[in-house]
Write a protein that binds this ligand. Structure first.
Ligand SMILES: [Zn+2]
Ligand SMILES: [Zn+2]
Length: 277
């Protein structure tokens, strides 16, 4: 019998910046950042972009009542699904919410409450009746999420800050590294340290190297830098993630083809992609 995987990773939203539902995005998907990791009997949710809405429906269907939501940061494309995460309105559920970039700026609870506030949104955070606990830490600290499950973290180079996660369990590791900008020719030591030897590295690949010069200061990286970092850090598998909404399916297919020439293991994330490790 095949051994059960130590971790499963499922992609519910792979897009950056803004959701883009239209026929030009069917193959790769138009929902914004949301990745589910099942590990050690726990469910971890990396960001609550628009992709988290469908994940919430699944959790309710299967009767899962607890999860941890780990925010990379609180830009719209990473939080906009949260008000539509229906299990959070159910008193039978419990969610722990974590963020690493707001310890000195009012904290994650205030940021989410501000996001769900009139006149921008009609339903305030208080209407969510699940047991919600909010924890602010400083990117760089390690989170103990349960027996044998920990998340190492690192600060990223992004306007208003962002946090990268490395989730570890039973000798396996998956890294979530978005959103971040690199300086060409100078690999980010924070990222290299976090992803060293990791099994899977999900990386901010908003742009191509050719597009980057026109986007300096926008806070994002390229799939080619992902290839270079994974190689340098001795990590195993790159997942190209946080696709530019200006990259339609044809553009993503071209990137996928080029990526295949660089690495046998690397993969371009699409909605519904599931990895076992
Ligand atoms: Zn983003
Ligand atoms: Zn951002």
């Amino acid at each position: 019998m095949a051994e059960a995987p130590a971790m499963t990773v499922r992609f519910w939203g792979v897009r950056g910046s803004i959701a883009c539902p239209s026929p030009a995005y069917i193959a790769f998907g138009g929902n914004t950042s949301c990745v589910e990791v099942r590990v050690g009997g726990r469910i971890l949710i990396l960001d609550a972009g628009t992709g988290v809405r469908a994940l919430g429906k699944l959790l309710q269907r299967e009767g899962s009542r607890e999860a941890d939501i780990l925010f990379s940061h609180t830009h719209w494309d990473h939080v906009n699904g949260f008000p539509f995460f229906t299990p959070a309105f159910d008193p039978d559920h419990a969610f722990r919410v974590f963020a690493g970039h707001l310890a000195d700026q009012g904290g994650i609870r205030e940021a989410i409450a501000g996001h769900m506030h009139e006149p921008m949104f009609p339903v305030p955070l208080d209407v969510m009746k699940a047991r919600l606990t909010f924890t602010d830490f400083r990117a760089g600290e390690t989170l103990d999420l349960g027996p044998g499950v920990r998340a190492r973290t690192a600060p990223l180079n992004h306007p208003n800050g962002a946090t990268a996660y490395r989730i570890e369990h039973a000798g396996r590791s998956v890294c979530y590294v978005t959103d971040t900008e690199h300086v060409p020719g100078r690999p980010d030591e924070n990222v290299l340290g976090l992803i060293a030897g990791a099994d899977v590295v999900i990386y901010d690949s908003t742009y191509t190297d050719a597009e980057l010069p026109a986007k300096v200061g926008w806070g994002h990286s390229t799939w080619q830098e992902g290839v270079r970092l994974v190689r340098r850090a001795g990590a195993k598998r790159l997942v190209v993630f946080h696709h530019d909404p200006d990259h339609e399916d044809d553009d993503m297919t071209a990137i996928e083809r080029e990526l295949a020439g660089e690495s046998d293991d690397a993969v371009v994330a699409r909605e519904g992609l599931r990895l076992e490790l």
